[in-house]
Design a protein around this ligand. Structure first.
Ligand code: GDP
Length: 697
């Protein structure tokens, strides 16, 4: 008898591979142990074979050469490890929370996060900032209370801080056994078992019964855990009320549900450095954090209409992905993609939302293992490396040309701060240009160019710190000593009114005439609505009594639009135009003389004349600033913001802190971190993010 194979039902029930994928990041305040936890993850999953201790102070220094030796970069954009039959993609999260936009992008790419806290210092300002951003993006989280071996480590105190300062609902799923130098392991509250770790990296964990001395504490903590689980599963609620035993699997399922809905945060304990508690943390990643298929559809906007649109995490949906990291690898551009929907194959044509141009994916690789493996297909929820996307920059959205979607904001990449940069010696100019080119390739928010008036090299970026870091990288990575000038904000201009103008361009080059003529109307548009360029030429045959003239060829019409787009890059004050409408209302076409170059020049000139007539207004970068401070300091914070001409949008509550939301011109925010620190004795912290270009008093 032949084997009929699995029935169609059984086949249908077989879990798809994607349910065993976890796209996670590890977030932590600096020094809490993110590097150590990542390294132990890779070690226990068999990805690396030797633990290289990361020591205080020189951490980066010690660490980087070792990384290179092993041929693995755990600080790479993404790396994959296998645990209990799951593919865990570990995605790098930026260390600098000052680059709010970077943190946002990485949170968007993650389906879940492990937040590492230090068992001694607990919830620190930076963890607060990242935590609240994760709240905004609905990223499910686990908390790992690390460094339980350190003097002063206090598990319960950190759990309380998570509840109070982060306004979260922490649910310990473990209790530590002992603390400080007596820290020996953890009690698994779900299975009611003790797990001991000897501290030696190769010793497997040893299971035992719960120590008698902890019986009461374990019973109390387990009751809390069951109560939390009951909120997400009625059967557990009933069983609990009837005093019936509850299976571990049912508890895990309910807690998983709660975690994915961001209703609870499971809390675990350990000491990564002492090799304690790492394997159960990996188990928890698989048990409680979501697979890509469990995520809600990704939200974006249609780049053409500006309307909100979504894509479900399914292979059958149209393809879209976010390029979350672009790096140069032996001179070739490698693009790390998070695919949200649909399928991508080598050879596929995709469009970039920023450039609106089509490109072909040449090759695809998985981020698996040490070596890159070429793959022929990647589906929704996966993380892959693509080659051949020459246009792509970090943060770009790509999609199938027939179904455009924009994830995130494009204007968020617009630089708002400029500084002049000069090499110490003229001999270093070439090295400087080389370094700047490389850095700009990696980071789409960093640009450079020449000031046409002074001939100085100008670097532009997202903030003072951003440019400081770039100058520092130039020195360390490219050996260029350069001096940077004072930061200046980058402006835009818009129109004050409406005007129409006409221009004619005629020039004799050799024995050829370059001719063009155009009428252009310009007008202001509402703030934040973007620029629009269009042709509205009344066909001559529709004008009664007009003589029949030859139809204007497509190349001339296109040249007219190009001329307008080019001229909008620099208004009368020399800044790019923002929120204006340009309409080409008439073109005189002469078959014997009109050329695209002549047409471009004529439209440019007509636009310049019209905008001078309409008058322009300067726009400056306006930032959204969020300050968290204790109640007692709110007055100081508001007073200082008012002095900076801020518009206060909201004063709310965040945990036991107050949250002030304001809009402030960037030019008034120089030196804010120092001023805020001294005004509040270091008790307040803030994030700042570009909001829009606008006119401000
Ligand atoms: P990161 O800045 O968050 O990446 O933190 P690291 O992983 O570099 O750790 C910072 C410092 O804390 C290093 O000196 C580590 O050796 C130390 N460390 C990390 N985990 C533990 C731990 O569990 N116990 C103790 N005592 N020290 C730890």
């Amino acid at each position: 008898m032949s084997d009929p194979g699995p029935s169609p039902e059984a086949k249908a029930k077989k879990p798809s591979k994607l349910t065993r994928v976890r796209n996670i990041g590890i977030c932590a305040h600096i020094d809490a142990g993110k590097t150590t936890v990542s390294e132990r993850f890779l070690y226990y999953a068999g990805r690396i074979h030797k633990i290289g201790e990361v020591h205080d102070g020189e951490a980066q220094m010690d660490w980087m050469p070792q990384e290179r030796e092993r041929g693995i970069t755990i600080t790479a954009a993404a790396t994959t490890l296998e645990w209990r039959g799951h593919d865990v993609h570990l995605i790098d999260t930026p260390g600098h929370v000052d680059f709010t936009i970077e943190v946002e992008r990485s949170l968007r790419v993650l389906d879940g996060a492990v937040v590492v806290f230090c068992g001694v210092s607990g919830v620190e300002p930076q963890s607060e900032t990242v935590w609240h951003q994760a709240d905004n993006f609905h990223v499910p989280r686990l908390a790992f209370i690390n460094k339980m071996d350190r003097p002063g480590a206090d598990f319960q105190a950190v759990v309380d801080e998570i509840r109070e300062r982060l306004a979260a609902h922490p649910v310990p799923v473990q209790l530590p056994i002992g603390a400080e130098d007596q820290f020996a392991g953890v009690v698994d509250l779900i299975r009611e078992r003790a797990i001991y770790f000897s501290g030696a990296e190769d010793d497997p964990p040893r299971e035992d019964s719960v120590p008698a001395a902890m019986a009461n504490a374990v019973a109390a903590a387990r009751e809390k855990l069951i109560e939390a689980a009951a909120d997400f599963d009625d059967n557990i609620a009933t069983a609990y009320l009837e005093g019936k035993p509850i299976e571990a699997a049912a508890l895990v399922a309910a807690l998983r549900k709660g975690t994915i809905r961001c209703g609870i945060v499971p809390v675990l304990a350990g000491s990564a450095l002492r090799n304690k508690g790492v394997q159960p943390l990996l188990d928890a990643v698989c048990d409680f954090l979501p697979a890509p298929t469990e995520m809600p559809p990704i939200q974006g906007t249609d780049p053409t209409s500006g309307q909100p649109t979504t894509r479900p995490p399914e292979d059958s949906a149209p393809f879209c992905a976010l390029a979350f990291k672009v790096a140069m690898d032996e001179g070739r551009k490698t693009v790390f993609l998070r695919i949200y929907s649909g399928v991508l194959r080598p050879g596929d044509e995709v469009q970039n939302a920023r450039t609106r141009r089509n490109e072909k994916v040449a090759r695809l690789f998985s981020v698996h293992a040490n070596r890159r493996e070429r793959i022929e297909r990647a589906g929704a929820g996966s993380i892959v490396v693509a080659m051949g996307l020459k246009d792509a920059g970090t943060g770009d959205t790509i999609y199938v040309p027939k179904a455009p979607i924009l994830l995130g904001r494009i204007d968020a990449h617009e630089p708002v701060i400029a500084r002049a940069i000069e090499p110490k010696t003229q001999a270093e100019k070439e090295k400087l240009d080389f370094g700047l080119t490389k850095l700009a390739d990696e980071d789409p928010t960093f640009r450079f160019g020449e000031d046409p008036e002074t001939g100085q090299t100008i670097i532009r970026g997202m903030g003072e710190l951003h440019l400081d870091i770039m100058a520092d990288r130039l020195r360390r990575e490219y050996g260029v000593e350069a001096t940077v000038g004072r930061p200046q904000v980058v402006h835009r201009e818009t129109l004050a009114g409406t005007a129409e103008a006409e221009a004619r361009f005629e020039r004799q080059v050799d024995d050829e005439t370059l001719f063009g003529q155009a009428r252009v109307r310009v007008a202001a548009r509402p703030r934040g609505s973007g620029n629009v360029v269009k042709l509205a030429i009344v066909p001559p045959e529709q004008v009664p009594g007009a003589p029949r003239i030859p139809e204007t060829p497509r190349a001339i019409l296109e040249a007219a639009l190009e001329g307008a787009t080019e001229a909008m890059r620099s208004g009368p004050e020399g800044y790019p135009f923002e929120d204006i409408e340009v309409v080409v209302t008439g073109i005189e076409y002469r078959p014997d003389a009109s050329t695209p170059a002549g047409q471009r020049a004529a439209v440019g000139e007509a636009l310049r004349q019209a905008s001078r007539e309409a008058g322009t207004r300067l726009l400056e970068p306006i930032m959204k600033v969020e300050v968290t401070a204790p109640e007692a300091n709110v007055g100081d914070v508001l007073g200082d913001l008012n002095a900076r001409h801020a518009r206060i949008e909201d004063v709310g509550v965040r945990g036991n802190q107050r949250l002030v939301v304001a809009k402030v011109p960037l030019r008034r925010m120089f030196g804010y971190s120092t001023d805020l620190r001294s005004a509040t004795q270091g008790r307040a912290n803030y994030t700042m993010q570009f909001e829009s270009f606008d006119a401000w008093e």
